[in-house]
Design a protein around this ligand. Sequence first.
Ligand code: NAD
Ligand code: DAU
Length: 332
Amino acid sequence: MTRLLVTGGAGFIGSNFVHHVIAHTEHQVTVLDKLTYAGNRASLAGLPDDRVTFVQGDIADAALVDELTSRADAVVHYAAESHNDNSLHDPRPFLDTNIVGTYTLLEAARRHDVRFHHISTDEVYGDLELDDPQRFTETTPYSPSSPYSSTKAGSDLLVRAWVRSFGVRATISNCSNNYGPYQHVEKFIPRQITNVIRGIRPKLYGAGENVRDWIHADDHSSAVMAILDRGTIGETYLIGADGEKNNRQVVEQILELMDQPQDAYEHVTDRAGHDLRYAIDSTKLRTELGWMPQYGDFTRGLAATIDWYRAHEDWWAPSKDATEAFYAGKGQ
Ligand code: NAD
Ligand code: DAU
């Protein structure tokens, strides 16, 4: 039995990971989460109290992080400010959490010689042309575009430096766009699903030609477990499920699955510096660690996600109006 400290475990991907760990392992989990606007205690409802402990706190709180890390066998670090649009509006919390918070955790892992896995994003590599035959690999040079992705890139580099300089037993994974249950309504797919439920037309930034490489959050979780179990210390693994689609295609699929006309959406102001295309080559993870995604069919995963949002209006409704007011203020 392993004691995992999961930071950001009340957020979208962190909570999916905690559910995955409880369902598929014998591990004990302590969640450390600040419960920012993006964290929701309800995302962990129904999990067994004797296996999951929740601590509300900041990953930049060195004393708290030290105490929790001293009692863990491994830290799985999901906590972050995660939304590009917010980072364009107010970058400061991104520096505090993504850079200083990661530094604080690394120092604790170093002091207590605790295994560390850092969750990161494909956005650290910048973007690709639509017709570029190359996809991102572990050797693609870093070239982040936004305040969000630059702080994630900075946090990755801190992890690499702590491995090399101090021998911290860390791995890094950079994953593509996740979808699934418990994702905040500020993000693309849940925003459009909940818009349709509310009778609001989905909003496409710009022409809707931007491509994202979609993966179900549960596949992300199984990949992280594979890296924790079998990954090589100091290595980076890219996580992706060959799910490239442009935003217009995704909106049209949501509308079709929700019995709406496929053109019932509108174009809104584009995101500043909007990355054109992300695409992951996950050959290393598949060949070296034997990982395979289980949600091969995006349409089926999307339909299940739509069902989840239909059934859990109590979970997302409290955030919906404030989120739409924020976007409306920016013509989005
Ligand atoms: P999210 O915004 O849904 O959740 C973030 C969680 O971190 C929230 O529960 C929040 O309360 C918590 N948090 C924020 N600041 C904190 C702090 N200072 N101390 C403690 N807790 C804090 O984010 P997400 O989409 O679940 O992303 C999780 C991780 O995965 C991030 O590191 C992100 O960069 C990475 N990632 C996300 C995606 C994606 O598609 N969403 C893809 C690849 C990687
Ligand atoms: O690639 C991994 C990244 O994916 C993660 O690191 C980030 O944490 C996560 O938020 C996500 O970043 P994106 O910026 O790609 O995700 P977002 O859901 O904000 O937007 C997805 C695409 O949809 C992007 O091209 C912008 C567009 N979009 C978004 C919103 C909210 C729209 O067209 N309309 C919208 O209303």
